[in-house]
Design a protein around this ligand. Structure first.
Ligand code: ATP
Ligand code: MG
Length: 339
């Protein structure tokens, strides 16, 4: 019943990011790297989730600029808007429509038990949590199901949301005896969860512990100099710990010179290299990694029209896909009243 009359025969990817700021190294190794690698093999829908930033309700004026920041970062890392579709979530309002229908079959308890949601809720009082906060994983399920995506390349923090999406797809298909929605698979990045410069378990825009893809070389060097390292090591001659040390985790993730990294590790555990040298070498490696990204970013900053055009074209395409899916959803539910 899901004969798809679409011209592009590739399987689909849907993935995205919240417009809460610029993109950082965690996004790169956790997600973007896979997006770049897979963008030819899959038909990709890259989504900027502006319905999902209710934690920014008090500073909504930031959202517009953040949407453009994200799209500029995407172009800077080499995502190609010709072969894939950049979309702004709220300009494809069918997402809200699908969320409304799907929420019929999702008990609140399922969201309350979601570990990522619990962590993000942090110390918000239970009864002051906005309804939109519980809605956001539902919205994400709609994002993924709308183009019937097969694959969702994301960081580890998103796994509970993908599981929720699979459950919702199963329920819908079972209830309406259809195979409309495929159960999407998650794909984790090379580093499923990159730690923050402060040693916090996750580099995150909201935790203010990130090295941004657009940071200039001096900023990166300063951030690296101030990085959390082995807290048990007081002098450069003390034997240090490599395991669990953010500075070495970043070396492993971003320094292509494996010999240098192995040498630094060997000297670190024997107390024959100081944190200063380890950090200096990391700053150099990171700046080498970021240079081409910065260069492409400068081009798009000088050509903002190209950024808007990419968003407009992708959003228009996503609208068409969403119309077709919503028609099929209504057909399956027997609610295509006027057809
Ligand atoms: P916010 O704090 O505003 O939620 P964020 O930094 O968590 O921002 P998101 O927009 O929530 O960014 O996440 C976008 C994508 O990047 C998701 O797939 C997420 O799993 C991934 N991601 C974000 N931070 C990291 C990280 N530190 N390590 C690996 N992947 C990450
Ligand atoms: Mg997040």
């Amino acid at each position: 019943m899901t004969t798809d009359s679409r011209p592009d025969a590739r399987k689909r990817i849907l993935t995205g990011v919240r417009p809460t700021g610029s993109l950082h190294l965690g996004h790169y190794v956790g997600a973007l790297e896979n997006w770049i690698r897979l963008q030819r093999e899959y038909e990709c829908f890259f989504l900027i989730a502006d319905f999902q930033v209710s934690d920014h309700a008090d500073d909504i004026s930031q959202v517009r600029g953040n949407v453009l920041e994200v799209a500029t970062d995407w172009l800077a890392v080499g995502l190609d808007p010709e072969g894939s579709h950049f979309q702004i979530e709220s300009l494809v309002p069918q997402h809200a429509e699908l969320t409304t229908w799907l929420s019929w079959w999702v008990p609140l308890g399922m969201l309350q038990r979601n570990p990522t949601l619990k962590a993000e809720m942090g110390n918000l009082e239970g009864d002051s949590v906005p309804v939109a906060f519980f809605n956001y994983p539902m919205m994400q399920a709609s994002n993924i199901l709308m183009p019937k995506a097969h694959l969702v390349p994301v960081g580890e923090d998103q796994l509970p949301h993908i599981e929720l999406t699979r459950e919702i797809a199963r329920r819908f298909n079972r209830i309406f005896k259809t195979d409309l929605f495929p159960e999407p698979e998650a794909l984790l990045g090379r580093v499923a969860r990159l730690v923050g410069v402060d040693g916090n378990a996750k580099m995150s825009k909201s935790l203010n512990n990130a090295i941004y893809l657009k940071d200039d070389a001096d900023t990166v060097t300063k951030k690296v100099r101030g990085m959390f390292t082995d807290p048990t090591r007081l002098r450069a001659t003390d034997p240090g710990h490599v395991e669990g040390n953010p500075v070495f985790m970043y070396h492993d993730a971003f320094n292509p010179n494996v010999e240098e990294v192995d040498d630094l590790k060997a000297r670190y555990v024997t107390g024959t290299v100081g944190d200063v040298e380890v950090k200096q070498k990391l700053a150099i490696a990171l700046n080498n990694f970021l240079d081409p990204i910065r260069e492409r970013r400068a081009y798009y900053e000088a050509h903002p029209r190209e950024v808007l055009d990419a968003l407009a074209a992708g959003t228009a395409h996503a609208n068409k896909v969403a119309d077709e899916t919503m028609r099929q959803v209504r057909d399956a539910m027997g609610l295509n009243y006027l057809a």
